[in-house]
Each structure stands twice: as structure tokens, then as C-alpha cells.
Write a new protein. Structure first.
Length: 240
């Protein structure tokens, strides 16, 4: 039986969400990003909700350009929408280290990345993130290497990833955590009927984010801004 998910976003009006996408996001969406989005919907169905929203992708691209990011790290690739968005935004000699446990999903969007002529920017690592990050941390050359880190992976491990990537991102660099308002349902009570209609892992992810958000807000090593785009994007700037 196919899983049914809520509207992905803080904007709980479907009409308003559609307005944002159709007015400003889709008209400027790169044709190959659109291709990944549509292929993901066709091949993966309801789970395509895991794809980065087009308006959020444009926001990340602008942020990458403003910060002149060149070396980036991505944890959680899925079918590669955010990966291609990053590859389009960074310089031709920029590099992305991309980590995901599921190469099969990555290969759904890989033809679009290849059509864009941007595969040379990507080092895809098929691994669980904790192990791959530990491998990076085993070499001093990766300490403070990354200008920008984007994390859209298993929410119960966000705390662990934070401690690992804080050593890998440069001072002044950005870490972006996706989905931190969790479909706009972050504050629903435990006995909420709609919340309990979703799978257990969905509810556990919400619980993990409820713990993660105040944890990250209290970290003195970073500046923090929680952005109301998609279903919540938390930006962190490393101070020291």
C-alpha cells in the first residue's frame, strides 16, 4: 500500500503553496532540475515528497552564489535535485562530496546531471553518513575544508552529524539542515489524529527534530537562523 504524506511545507494552504511555485519557482527552474523532479515523481511516486522543493532549491542556489561557495558537502542525496542545484550554482572547478546510502535513488537523477555536463563536480560516496564522515575526519586535510554543507538525511542522527560536520566546515562556512519544521507538524501533540495516521519513522523523525531545534539554537559555536521555506530550513554559520 502506498504511503500518503501531508503537504510538504509550512504553508498549509495548498493554494498558496501552488501560487509560490507557479509564480516564482517553476518559471525559473532549470530544465534539467524540472526533469529530475518529474522523473522522480514518475518512478518513485508518493516518496517523491522527499525531493527538495523548487523554491527552496532556488534559495540555496542564491545562498551558494552570495557566499562564493566552491567546496561543498551534501549528506542525503535522494535522486539528486539538490545536488544538481548545487552543481549549477558553484564554479566550474567547484567540488561536491555527496553521501547517501542508496545509490539506486541517486541514479534516477544521474542522467540529468550528466546531460548538464556537471558530473565532474561530484564525488558520490555510497555509505551511511556517520561512517563516511568519520572517514573524512580521519584525515587532517578535510578539517575546515567545506564552504557549505547541506544535510537532508535521517533526522534522528542530525545531532550526530552536527558534531561531525562542525569540524569539516570552515570557520565562516554554512551548514544547512532541511525539514526542521517537519511538514509543518512539528508542534502537533502526540495524540494528534493526523500525526498518528503516518508511519512510525515519520513520527520518530518529528520527535528527533523537536530535540534538535533547541539543541542547535543553544550551540555557542554558531549563528543560527531558522528560515520558513519548504518545511523549515535551519542555517548555521560556524563562528569558531
Amino acid at each position: 500500500m502506498a504511503e500518503v504524506f501531508p503537504i510538504k511545507g509550512i504553508l498549509q494552504s495548498e493554494e498558496l503553496h501552488k501560487y509560490v511555485l507557479e509564480t516564482s519557482a517553476y518559471p525559473r527552474e532549470h530544465e534539467l532540475l524540472k526533469e529530475i523532479r518529474e522523473v522522480t515523481e514518475a518512478k518513485i511516486g508518493d516518496m517523491s515528497v522527499m525531493t527538495l522543493a523548487a523554491d527552496e532549491g532556488q534559495f540555496l542556489q542564491m545562498l551558494l552564489k552570495i557566499t562564493n561557495a566552491k567546496t561543498t558537502l551534501e549528506i542525503g542525496v535522494f535522486t539528486g535535485y539538490s545536488l544538481l542545484a548545487t552543481a549549477l550554482a558553484i564554479p566550474d572547478d567547484g567540488k561536491i562530496t555527496a553521501i547517501d546510502v542508496d545509490r539506486k535513488s541517486y541514479e534516477v537523477g544521474l542522467p540529468s546531471i550528466q546531460k548538464a555536463g556537471l558530473e565532474h563536480k561530484i564525488n558520490f560516496i555510497e555509505s551511511d553518513a556517520k561512517s563516511a564522515l568519520n572517514d573524512l575526519l580521519s584525515s587532517d586535510k578535510h578539517m575546515g575544508e567545506f564552504d557549505f554543507v547541506f544535510i537532508d538525511a535521517d533526522k534522528p542522527n542530525y545531532k550526530n552529524y552536527h558534531e561531525q560536520v562542525m569540524k569539516l566546515v570552515k570557520v565562516g562556512g554554512i551548514i544547512a539542515y532541511d525539514n526542521t519544521m517537519w511538514f509543518g507538524l512539528i508542534l502537533r501533540p502526540e495524540d494528534d489524529e493526523e500525526l498518528n495516521s503516518f508511519p512510525e519513522y515519520f513520527r520518530q523523525s518529528r520527535k528527533a527534530l523537536l530535540e534538535f531545534n533547541p539543541y542547535i539554537a543553544a550551540d555557542p559555536r554558531i549563528e543560527v537562523s531558522q528560515v520558513s521555506i519548504g518545511d523549515g530550513l535551519t542555517l548555521c554559520r560556524r563562528l569558531y
